[in-house]
Design a protein around this ligand. Structure first.
Ligand SMILES: [Zn+2]
Length: 110
């Protein structure tokens, strides 16, 4: 059985690493220490520069329990994503709507 979990990953604009908090007391920093996340799924805290850094929704095929144990037992398999594995962009998050749709009922020429 596979479960999907969406985490809010903070991607550092300086070193390119992505970090996310796995548990309430899991405080994580990227390698260059420019960004940090904390609070896990209970409350979300972070420090970053909105001009440089960005958030990415990361879907993990694990349970919360797995992340918690990963933190609790210091396995550190999760929580940090190297630059080459960070998704380049968030798919379908924003769409362009510069020109309004033409109104087909306007006019009146049959
Ligand atoms: Zn960094």
């Amino acid at each position: 059985m596979t479960s999907r979990l969406t985490v809010n990953m903070l991607v550092c604009g300086s070193c390119g690493w992505g970090v996310y908090s796995r548990a309430r007391h899991d405080f994580r920093r990227c390698p260059c220490k420019a960004v940090h996340v904390d609070g896990g799924f209970d409350y979300f805290k972070c420090g970053y520069d909105p001009k440089k850094d960005r958030f990415v929704s990361l879907i993990l095929r694990v349970k919360r329990e797995t992340l918690y144990n990963d933190w609790n037992k210091s396995r550190d398999k999760y929580g940090m994503v190297p630059p080459e594995k960070v998704p380049k962009e968030v798919g379908g998050d924003h769409e362009h709507r510069d020109h309004p749709d033409p109104d087909p009922s306007a006019g009146g020429q049959g």
